[in-house]
Structures are given as structure tokens and as C-alpha cells.
Design a protein around this ligand. Structure first.
Ligand SMILES: Nc1ncnc2c1ncn2[C@@H]1O[C@H](COP(=O)(O)OP(=O)(O)OP(=O)(O)O)[C@@H](O)[C@H]1O
Ligand SMILES: [Mg+2]
Length: 474
């Protein structure tokens, strides 16, 4: 379905391109929320930049007032009227209805003559005065809908919302294709914030939520929710490795960027192992080398089993010198693994960091000329259990800085609830991305709360499925 740009970049984004061609959309809001501005921006943009002429129908205001108001945004409506691309019609609702119904009436003539593609009616709230007292407005609404469809006009119908309207959507909201609600909400006691929410939009995939907008000197500017400042400076190679979890990749702009550091926060009830496994397997699949810290709950065997579920044969990876283990618990490994086990079990807190830096440095230096990419799976729960929180406080920033300078991509497992708020916020500041998963009631959730490309997600439901990657996000 062809998308018709709304004239507002952020709105196009949350409508996945714009309105559906020929859709009729209600724009509702209380006085002063920006309905007229939105309607005019849609028409102005269409006429000026998209080759789509439009009609603005108003029942109350004098055109001079509208011209003057719009000129504040730099929109010279009179000029576009002179060019035959836009038309402001001030008529009464009953005349409009009469002319719309009449075959080859004024309405039809103007549409044909202008080759009109867009229309705004400001506002349909006055239609109720067209019909006689106690008569239903429904036939009028249906008639309006049918006429708009007949001419395949992309239409915005402005509707004034009243305070007492309450929870019952009016009949019109059911009949037309879309509903956009504008709000002016109190914010931090003394401020107000304008928000736009798409309540309904047939045939288009929308970004849910209330999105903040401002009325600026260039009209409405909308900032889609959950778009924050990105960490582009750290995305060194602009290479993204998909995690294999579709929705997660979508959120991360393609996957986990090479050379970035991501935290995976998980509480004890949540199942994180498939998330980690999906990420690790995808890196091994493209030939990266992995250094994996084996936690107290896992062994190299359970790790290998998990990899096998993702079609990775760990022993083959070991054979190509692509997989190393960091072992904190002095457990035994098969002989073939031994050259690939970095034994940290006998180290004190004082020399652990030096050792880690040395080991990783050596690994990478040995093979630097092969331009290999390295991936580190780091388990902070193990580090804290073995070396205490102080170690993390002291060295985590240093370790991440080191990883960055060597271009190592890192995923760090941790548990915010256990490490406490202060430490959690420190960690979150230090890394490029944060993925959180938790169990609440009878569902597991996952949310990207920070990412290298600045996008953050809403909490998504985690569903277990029987094939790779064994979880699906909803
Ligand atoms: N350049 C500007 N910068 C910031 N705000 C502006 C600017 N120009 C107009 N506004 C504000 O925009 C609002 C007008 O919006 P608009 O007329 O589109 O609202 P509306 O929803 O159509 O209102 P009504 O229900 O009264 O018709 C006013 O409150 C005005 O103060
Ligand atoms: Mg208005």
C-alpha cells in the first residue's frame, strides 16, 4: 500500500511511511493542541513538495486569519492558491454536505478541476448541527465517508475533543480508517508537553505509544518515543552482527555492532541462556573468535551442548583456535581443550586484572596480522562472586576501555538487582548497550534500554519456541 507523507518526519516514521493512500483519518484533540496546524502542514507539504493538490475546508474561521497564522510557519498559502495547488474553502457544514452529495456539485467540480488528492475538514464536530435535533448523525458520517472514498482522497477530519467525552469513543472513530489523538499534558508540575498517539490506523504498521511533539517556527516537529542519543562514536566498524533474534536485531539497527560493549541484565528467574547462545553462535558463525567465561552454573560441556543447539560444533571451533574459556573454578577439561583454557582460579584480586589484560593481549597480538575479530563473553556475576564488587568498581571501566581499543566486542552478563542501584547505574553508563530480561508474574520480558544506535524498545514478551533461536519476542 502506497504511503502518503504526512509532512511531519517523525509522524511518517511512526506510521511506517505515512498515511495509506486514500485513507480517512480523524485528528482529535482539545482546543489549542495543534489540529489545524497538523492539517495545514499535511496539505502544504503535499501541494508544495509532493505534487498533490489539496483543499482545506473550514466552517468557522475567516481565510485571512488562517493565511496569517500559517505564514508564521513560513507557509504561503495564498501563493499556493494562486498556483492552483491549494484551496481554502470557508463554507457552512450544511452547504458542504449539500454540495458533496450532489452529482457534479461544487465539491466534485473543484476536485476534478484541481486534480485534488488531499483534503482536510476543520472540523467535523460541527456536522452535528447539520442534522435536525434528535436525528442521528450516522447517515451524514456514512455519506461523507463514501464521497471521500469515491474520489480516493487522503483525508484528515479534525474533531474537537471535549473534556467530558470520557472513555466512550464517538461513532466516527469506528467508521473511519484512522484516529490520531493530540494531547497537552501536564509535565513536572509547571510544564506541559504535547503528545501524539495513533489510536488506530488500518493497514499500517505503527509505532505504539505517546510521542512528544513541539510546535516550532516550521510547524509541528515530532520526536518518536524511545529515540535517544546514539553512541555512534563507538560503533567503530559500522558492522552489525545479527543476533538471530529478529525483533532484537530490528531494535539494534541490525544486531550488535562490532567493537561495542553490551550488558545483559537478567534476574534469577529469567532464562537468558538462549539470548546469550544466539549472540555467541552468530559471532562464531561469521568466523569471529570467542573468549567465554564459564560461570559456576555452567561447564564447558553444557556450553558446548548449548552451542550444538545453534548448529555450532565447539570442538571444530577449538580446532581452528577460535574458542577459549576463562575458568574461575579449577574444574577439569578434556585434554584437547587444555591449551584453550585460561585458568583464573588461582589468582588473587590484585593480579586478576593484569592477568586478564595479559592473556587477552597475548591472544590477539599473536594473530593480529590475520585481522581476526574477537568477542568476549564476560560474566560479572562470577567476577563479583570471586573478587567482590570492589573489583568491578575499580576495574570495569578500565577493562571496557581496553576492549574498545583492541576492537573486541563484549557482552557482559550481570544482575542489577543483586549488585545494587548505584553499581547498576555506573555499569549502564560505561557500556554502549543494555538488554534487560526479567520475569514478572507468568511472563518473561525483554527490553533494550540502551543501544549504540540510540533506539530503546518497549518491554517485549519472550515466548519459548522449539526451533532456533528458541525464543521469540512479541
Ligand atoms: N511558532 C510557534 N511556536 C510555538 N507555538 C506556536 C507557534 N505558532 C502557534 N503556536 C501554538 O500552536 C497552537 C495553535 O495550534 P492550532 O491552532 O493548530 O490548534 P487547534 O488544535 O487547531 O486549536 P483549536 O481547537 O482552537 O482550533 C496555539 O496554542 C499556538 O500558541
Ligand atoms: Mg483549529
Amino acid at each position: 500500500m502506497q504511503a502518503i507523507s504526512t509532512g511531519i518526519k517523525g509522524l511518517d516514521f511512526i506510521l511506517n511511511g505515512g498515511f495509506a493512500k486514500g485513507a480517512t483519518v480523524i485528528v482529535e484533540g482539545q482546543p489549542g493542541t495543534g489540529k489545524t496546524t497538523l492539517g495545514m502542514q499535511f496539505l502544504y507539504h503535499g501541494a508544495k513538495y509532493q505534487g498533490e493538490s489539496g483543499i482545506y475546508i473550514t466552517f468557522e474561521e475567516l481565510p485571512e486569519q488562517i493565511y496569517a497564522d500559517m505564514l508564521q510557519f513560513g507557509w504561503d498559502i495564498k501563493q499556493l492558491e494562486a498556483e492552483g495547488k491549494l484551496r481554502v474553502l470557508c463554507i457552512s457544514p450544511d452547504v458542504l454536505m449539500e454540495q458533496m452529495i450532489e452529482p457534479n456539485g461544487l465539491f466534485e467540480q473543484i476536485i476534478r478541476q484541481m486534480n485534488c488528492k488531499r483534503i482536510v475538514i476543520d472540523s467535523i464536530s460541527l456536522f452535528k448541527y447539520v442534522v435536525a435535533f434528535a436525528q442521528s448523525i450516522r447517515p451524514t458520517i456514512y455519506r461523507l465517508r463514501n464521497i471521500l472514498r469515491k474520489f480516493s482522497l487522503t483525508a484528515l477530519l479534525i474533531r474537537e475533543q471535549t473534556e467530558e467525552e470520557g472513555a466512550f469513543p464517538p461513532f466516527e472513530n469506528y467508521v473511519f480508517d484512522g484516529v490520531i489523538r493530540l494531547k497537552l499534558k501536564p509535565y513536572m508540575e509547571t510544564y506541559r508537553i504535547r503528545t501524539l498517539e495513533v489510536l488506530k490506523m488500518r493497514g499500517r504498521q505503527i509505532t505504539e505509544g505517546e510521542h512528544a511533539y513541539r510546535i516550532t517556527n516550521e510547524g509541528i516537529y515530532l520526536l518518536p518515543a524511545r529515540s535517544m542519543v546514539g553512541d555512534y562514536a563507538y560503533v567503530q566498524r559500522n558492522e552489525y552482527t545479527p543476533t538471530g533474534i529478529d525483533k532484537l536485531d530490528e531494535m539494534l539497527g541490525g544486531g550488535i555492532a562490532a567493537g561495542t560493549i553490551y550488558l545483559l541484565d537478567t534476574n534469577s528467574k529469567a532464562n537468558y541462556k538462549y539470548i546469550v547462545a544466539a549472540i555467541l553462535a552468530s559471532r562464531l558463525n561469521i568466523g569471529e573468535n570467542l573468549v567465554a567465561m564459564i560461570s559456576s552454573l555452567n561447564t564447558a560441556f553444557t556450553f558446548n551442548e548449548l552451542m550444538r543447539m545453534f548448529d555450532i560444533n565447539a570442538e571444530e571451533v577449538i580446532a581452528r583456535k577460535g574458542l577459549y574459556f576463562i575458568e574461575h573454578y579449577n574444574r577439569s577439561y578434556p585434554d584437547m581443550y587444555l591449551p584453550f583454557v585460561l585458568d583464573a582460579s588461582k589468582l588473587t584480586i590484585e593480579n586478576y586484572k593484569e592477568w586478564l589484560v595479559e592473556q587477552l593481549g597475548q591472544l590477539i597480538r599473536q594473530r593480529e596480522n590475520k585481522a581476526e575479530n574477537w568477542f568476549l563473553y564476560y560474566d560479572l556475576n562470577t567476577i563479583i562472586a570471586e573478587h567482590g564488587k570492589d573489583y568491578v568498581k575499580k576495574y570495569f571501566a578500565e577493562e571496557t576501555a581496553l576492549a574498545r581499543t583492541r576492537g573486541i566486542t563484549v557482552i557482559v552478563l550481570c544482575n542489577f538487582a543483586e549488585i545494587g542501584e548505584e553499581m547498576a547505574s555506573y555499569l549502564q553508563r560505561t557500556v554502549n548497550g543494555v538488554i534487560r530480561t526479567w520475569v514478572d508474574g507468568s511472563y518473561q520480558y525483554l527490553q533494550v534500554t540502551k543501544s549504540a544506535n540510540g533506539k530503546i524498545s518497549e518491554p517485549m514478551l519472550v515466548e519459548n519456541i522449539s526451533q532456533k533461536p528458541f525464543i521469540r519476542l512479541l
